[in-house]
Design a protein around this ligand. Structure first.
Ligand SMILES: [Cu+2]
Length: 149
């Protein structure tokens, strides 16, 4: 092949690669934008509010615990197996961390901000909640449970 032929081939390959990478980038950008805008689908919402040194759960629909009905509970969160919940996690004082090790959940609870996840428990049981940010003297007492029935 001639010198000019090699050069043309090289330019053609470079142009093809550049267009290919740009195309791939655009596809990635579009798919990311779509997933960010996708609404979260859930059955009920629970606001998870952290403060030194307790967790409060505010339910969109009241929960029945024994003979009592609650809109809010502290330390323990009550959920139904198979339902999908939207958890809005925040703090009203310092930074905390909402973690449920057995469910692989670890979300920052930050004052003035809501971090959102969905939760669906498929097995009845009790799941320990812990704070994973050191939030002051008493941090280690900031525990609770998710009771799924
Ligand atoms: Cu804490």
């Amino acid at each position: 092949m001639t010198q000019i032929g090699n050069k043309t081939l090289l330019i053609a390959i470079s142009a093809l690669l550049t267009v290919g990478i740009a195309f791939f980038g655009i596809i990635m950008l579009i798919s990311e934008t779509n997933s960010a805008n996708k609404p979260l689908i859930y059955d009920e919402r629970i606001d998870v509010i952290a403060k030194q040194f307790e967790w409060t759960f505010k339910y969109e629909k009241p929960v029945q615990v024994g003979d009592s009905t609650f809109y809010n509970t502290t330390y323990n969160m009550y959920v139904e197996v198979g339902k999908t919940y939207l958890l809005n996690i925040t703090s009203i004082d310092v930074e905390h961390g909402f973690s449920v090790p057995d469910l692989n959940i670890k979300v920052d609870a930050i004052p003035g901000k809501y971090n959102t996840i969905t939760l669906k428990i498929t097995e009845k049981g009790r799941y320990t909640i812990k704070c994973f940010h050191y939030c002051g003297f008493g941090h280690e007492t900031m525990v609770g449970e998710i009771l799924a029935s």
